[in-house]
Design a protein. Structure first.
Length: 310
């Protein structure tokens, strides 16, 4: 009887594993925050703008929290291969990552071009000298790489893997995407369109995990989109701009199209952007490589890998 409650075909049942993961993660977050207060780390936001140095420390802290919580579960509880949890080291920063990064940059650029044609967005002019721009560009690239790693690994790493084992992939994708959206409600500059867009983007990124088998494409897309948004084009993200952005754009007109003070993620056009990206990705990566695991020690690749389902 006790085995039925606590133990299943994959060892400790998914619900108990999730509960333990959340407890370990919460302890790590509390410890990191206590350390940050003790060290008097500088604020990430100053005069409404995000500073790259403090942002780098903050995102590194969040990634380490997700990393150590996952390591604890993988090594001491699940006792499975690391590659099953989304960040296989042989794939790190290789072709799929850079393909995703270029897709993220291209997707945001295309949306801004459409917004320009609709006369709700103007690219403006370059506001930084060349060498200063190169410096900020490199620093922000590192920051947004950590953003991609932290957010993707936290929500679509251990959580998505374990929820998939318990309730199936798409219910797990919907739940983690809902958590992704709820996490953004704390941003003071967000809007209803922007929050719903975060949920939609979350579902799209889950699709990329399902089709590639891991997180590296999604990390790349997240990195490329955020870097283009905050540094290259200098538009707002949840109402905040980044210090040291390259262009000085202007957003005007109907906020439903322009995104207003939220930025392009607050524009209804983002649904079209992500819809087109999902269709292109579906055609480029038709095979399913990520689903429920059937037995301990193996990732399940069922008959659906021969078809092309979403």
């Amino acid at each position: 009887m006790m085995n039925n409650i606590f133990i299943g075909p994959l060892g400790l049942r998914a619900g108990w594993r999730l509960l333990l993961f959340v407890v370990v993660l919460a302890a790590l977050i509390f410890g990191m925050q206590w350390m940050s207060v003790r060290l008097h780390l500088p604020s990430m936001v100053e005069h409404g703008a995000i500073r790259p140095g403090p942002a780098l420390l903050s995102e590194l802290e969040q990634f380490l929290e997700a990393l150590f919580a996952t390591l604890f579960m993988v090594k001491l509880v699940d006792r499975r291969m690391w590659c099953e949890y989304g960040l296989p080291l042989p794939q790190a920063l290789r072709r799929l990552f850079w393909t995703g990064a270029m897709a993220g940059l291209a997707a945001l650029s295309a949306q801004l071009v459409v917004m320009r044609l609709l006369r709700v967005f103007y690219f403006g002019h370059m506001g930084l000298p060349l060498f200063v721009a190169l410096h900020y560009g490199a620093v922000w690239l590192l920051v947004f790489l950590l953003v991609g790693l932290a957010e993707e690994f936290l929500l679509r790493g251990y959580l998505l893997r374990t929820l998939t084992d318990g309730i199936g992939f798409w219910p797990a994708a919907a739940l983690t995407s809902l958590l992704f959206a709820l996490a953004h409600t704390g941003n003071s500059g967000e809007s209803k369109i922007g929050i719903l867009a975060v949920f939609v983007v979350g579902l799209f990124l889950c699709l990329t995990v399902r089709r590639t088998g891991h997180l590296w494409w999604a990390v790349g897309f997240h990195t490329g989109w955020d870097w283009a948004q905050s540094f290259l084009f200098g538009v707002a993200d949840s109402g905040m701009v980044a210090q040291g952005h390259l262009l000085s754009p202007t957003i005007t007109g109907n906020p439903v199209l322009s995104g207003g003070s939220v930025g392009p993620e607050g524009s209804a056009l983002i649904y079209l952007t992500i819809g087109v990206m999902a269709l292109l990705f579906h055609r480029a990566y038709p095979a399913v490589k990520y689903d429920r695991r059937k037995a301990a020690g193996a990732v399940a690749l069922g008959p659906e890998t021969q078809a092309h389902p979403l």
